[in-house]
Design a protein around this ligand. Structure first.
Ligand code: ARG
Length: 414
């Protein structure tokens, strides 16, 4: 190990990646550059720099990627309606391709030959990192120390001590946590029993809905081309808008998700999410689409949304398939501009009003009151033709065969 090779490690500040700095330095002979990527809400932020240096990093870089994360990852997923298995708004899954990109960029800047991340060998995140990194630069070596060694916590602490790093790690938290602006996830510990209700301490961002303020809180969210731009009439940059909704939603207990999830690696796992802003925004966005997209657009888009959610979940962000889907989604959002009124009320985000600049909702067609412009007499002809095949088929094939109790009323002979 004479020639000094440089490596960039995605550094969270937690024990796993702090140990990884020491191990990559001493056992693997790398000069480790620790890259901390701030995507919002990280617990370890204040101690990042000192910990990384103590563990032996040659340099520490801290990147604030919160705005990029929302603008180019979370918001496009929102516009698409991408929610994995109808439950998970994809906070962690959306963060990984951005982190991979920033790792690769940093590697190029410092002339690194390798990158590293703290993922285990059982989760989705290793797949997302590895696939994205290898797509962006196949020449980089990828090292995942935790996956390679699966060293118990005590042994990691011991290893650090043996190399002169004495950090008070405190008690091991009861859960495995990952969080960013788009949501918080908790897994492991008592959550591994899918029959057990999550204990109160599993939640950190949201109040128990039964403890929410008694009076509901109304919000007006403005979207432009499917992207949220203003709250209660105030234009807000993405980070501020999402932070505000996380805080408000959290107070009202909105955004708790208890989900049995299918991981890409085949494992079913119990995941607990808190995603107040994501849940409020998805709910509001869907309501605006119901005003601005046709029935056919809504139908296909629902299907595309699932495909999009899966490709994000499965680590295929940097693909042509994604580009194609993103182009379709962007096209659907041309007129998704307007405002949605949402009521936060003890755990729920309920849409109570919506208006769109180019709405397809036409009151003069829908109304039962005066001013009705819908020609009711035209309905009769429409129904005759609409029901034609059903009538023909019933007479030719069905009427004789249907067992008596289920028999459909025989149409009038004409
Ligand atoms: N199951 C989620 C996903 O695969 C979240 C995983 C986050 N990791 C954690 N330690 N909680 O995207």
């Amino acid at each position: 190990m004479t020639e000094e090779k440089t490596l960039v490690l995605a550094y969270s500040g937690g024990l796993d990646t702090t140990w990884a700095i020491a191990w990559l330095t001493h056992d693997r002979g790398y000069r480790v550059v620790a890259l901390n990527i701030d995507l919002g809400r990280s617990r370890e932020q204040p101690v990042i720099e000192s910990r990384a240096m103590a563990a032996g990093a040659v340099a520490v870089r801290i990147v604030d990627a919160r705005d990029e994360f929302l603008r180019y990852f979370a918001f496009p997923a929102l516009a698409a309606g991408a929610v994995y298995q109808d439950a998970y708004p994809l906070a962690t899954a959306l963060a990984r391709p951005l982190m991979a990109k920033l790792l690769v960029d940093a590697a190029h800047e410092v002339g690194a030959v390798a990158v590293a991340h703290g993922c285990t060998g059982k989760g989705n995140d290793q797949v997302r990192f590895d696939v994205a990194i290898k797509t962006l630069d196949p020449s980089l070596t990828i090292i995942a120390p935790t996956r390679e060694l699966a060293m118990p916590r005590e042994a990691q602490i011991e290893y650090l001590r043996a190399h002169g790093v004495d950090i008070p790690w405190g008690e091991k938290g009861p859960f495995s946590i990952d969080e960013n602006l788009w949501g918080r996830s908790a897994e492991a510990g008592v959550l591994e029993d899918p029959w057990q209700e999550p204990p109160p301490e599993a939640y950190e961002w949201t109040r128990d809905p039964s403890q929410a303020p008694p009076e509901p809180r109304y919000l007006e969210i403005r979207f432009e081309r499917g992207i949220p731009v203003a709250l209660d009439g105030r234009v807000l940059p993405p980070v501020e808008l999402v932070e505000t909704l996380n805080t408000l939603g959290g107070e009202y207990g909105v955004g708790r998700i208890d989900h049995i999830e299918d991981r890409l690696v085949g494992i079913k796992s119990r995941e607990l999410y808190e995603a107040p802003a994501a849940v409020i925004l998805h709910t509001a966005h869907r309501a605006l689409e119901s005003m601005t997209l046709s029935k056919q657009q809504l139908k296909l888009k629902r299907y595309i949304a699932q495909e999009y959610a899966e490709l994000i979940y499965n680590g295929l962000w940097f693909t042509a398939h994604h580009q194609d889907i993103a182009a379709y989604v962007a096209s659907t959002q041309r007129y998704v501009t307007g405002t949605v009124r949402v009521k936060l009320d003890r755990g729920q985000a309920i849409v109570v009003g919506r208006q769109a600049d180019r709405s397809l909702y036409d009151r003069s067609l829908a109304t039962y009151d005066r001013g009705d412009r819908f020609d009711q007499s035209a309905a009769v002809g429409f129904i005759t033709i609409w029901g034609l095949q059903a009538r023909v088929q019933a007479r030719a094939q069905l009427l004789g065969d249907i067992p008596e109790p289920l028999k459909i009323a025989k149409p009038e002979e004409s």
